[in-house]
Design a protein around this ligand. Structure first.
Ligand SMILES: *Cc1c(COP(=O)(O)O)cnc(C)c1O
Length: 425
């Protein structure tokens, strides 16, 4: 499909392209393996001389069609699906960092990613420095070291709702000869395309808006193809020097602009195997077909709810970048002029217990460990997703102890507000 199509059309049409007489709708290739006519043909695949399917851990046609759609939506050259957003972020970093390396990361990121980077990856010998993404450039510069290999941030931080200044982050990363990796889960490519602002790699938890129905856990990594690994060859030996586990092949020489994503597939997925099942990729694709419609409604409803909350005397504060009063409103207008997402955060006047009581009184809106699906839902991060963080770490992650995270769905907004209103009492 040519690049001239708009995002809405890409959502519906991209990816699966049936040939004469083939199924119109993306089929689920429910097969671990693929048949070849000769030993020689199979051998060429193992040498990465021919491209083709041989084992679903490496590639599967259903997954590839969905990955292609996501790559097109982001304006990237290729994408890889993973079993979860966690796997996507792990691979995105591990693809260019090894023991002894370091990367810099915004401190206001999803709690799961914060643990992965700050605790688990440290055990692998990969060190991270968390920085305040709102700090000025020279402060963030100071976190870089000779062994720094990447800069990481989230377009819209979960659950602090901070908006990332992507251009600033890209400028900083490139000044230090490293790629900017952006987790674009909350904005989705419908509302923001980080590559247009200088990001090099984009990751997703497809579990959220992309699936949109809370049906499947999944992730994706998208490569812009823009980062010049060869110009910084000494920093990225995994991409620019021969890979012993692939007969001495060098990814940048063999795959050019596709080096990063090819290595992620051929090496990391081969060795770690956190694939998305073709069944889940099929379900994800159904979600993607309506992503553009749902995002529009999520944003419209969330703005109305945020404006209503802002006026309510029981509400202490509201964080939603669509609000003119919001600290990130200007950045959001720049990077997400169509709207940001359906998730907002707010605090009630009173104690932490008041927040918990409010949530328990909700009727239609459920308490769930999820965000970004069709049904409005609510969570208290300090008691739930971020429970393992200390009070200090909570503040650093942009999570006030009284923060209620509300994920506004696509129901009728009057019904959503009515439920909140009755629960406020
Ligand atoms: C949920 C989430 C993740 C983790 O994704 P899973 O699919 O749950 O593994 C990563 N980043 C962000 C921004 C998220 O919201």
């Amino acid at each position: 499909m040519s690049e001239k199509y708009n995002s809405e059309t890409v959502c519906v049409q991209a990816g699966w392209k049936p040939k004469n007489g083939e199924p119109r709708v993306l089929p689920i290739y429910q097969s671990t393996t693929f048949k070849y006519d000769s030993s020689e043909k199979m051998a060429r695949l193992f040498d990465l001389k021919d491209s083709g399917y041989f084992y679903t851990r490496l590639q599967n046609p259903t997954n590839d069609a969905v990955a292609e759609k996501i790559a097109k939506l982001e304006g990237g050259i290729a994408a890889m699906l993973t079993s979860s957003g966690q796997a996507a972020n792990f691979y995105a970093i591990f693809n260019i960092c090894e023991a002894g390396d370091h990367f810099v990361c915004s401190s206001t990121i999803y709690g799961g990613t914060f643990n992965l980077f700050g605790v688990t990856m440290k055990k692998l010998g990969i060190d991270v420095t968390f920085v305040d993404a709102d700090a000025d450039e020279s402060t963030i510069d100071a976190a870089f070291k000779p062994n720094t290999k990447a800069l990481f941030g989230e377009t819209i931080a979960n659950p602090g709702m901070n908006v990332l200044d992507i251009e600033k982050f890209a400028r900083i990363a490139h000044k230090h000869g490293v790629p900017l990796i952006v987790d674009n889960t909350f904005a989705t490519p419908i509302n923001c395309r980080p590559f247009e602002w200088g990001a090099d790699i984009v990751t997703h938890s497809t579990t959220k808006y992309m699936d949109g129905h809370a049906l499947t856990v999944g992730g994706a990594i998208v490569d812009s193809g823009n980062f010049d690994w060869e110009s910084n060859a000494e920093k990225f030996p995994g991409l620019t020097r021969p890979d012993e586990s692939y007969h001495g092949l060098t990814y940048t020489k063999s795959f050019g602009k596709m080096a990063y994503i090819q290595k992620a597939t051929a090496q990391l997925m081969r060795d770690f195997g956190a694939i998305q099942s073709p069944q889940n990729a099929f379900i994800l694709n159904i979600g993607l077909e309506t992503l553009h419609l749902r995002m529009e409604r999520h944003c419209k409803n969330a703005l109305a709810v945020a404006q209503w909350l802002e006026k309510n005397p029981r509400v202490a504060w509201v964080k939603y970048s669509g609000l003119e009063s919001d600290k990130y409103h200007k950045l959001a207008q720049k990077y997400m002029p169509k709207g940001s997402c359906g998730v907002l955060a707010f605090g009630l006047k009173g104690s932490r217990q008041d927040a918990i009581d409010f949530m328990d009184r909700l009727k239609m809106i459920c308490i769930v460990t999820h965000v970004a699906d069709a049904r409005t839902c609510v969570l208290h991060p300090a008691s739930h997703t971020h429970r393992q963080l200390s009070e200090e770490q909570l503040i650093e992650a942009g999570v006030a102890p009284d923060l209620i995270r509300l994920s506004v769905g696509i129901e009728n907004v009057d019904d959503i507000i009515a439920d909140i209103s009755q629960a406020l009492g």
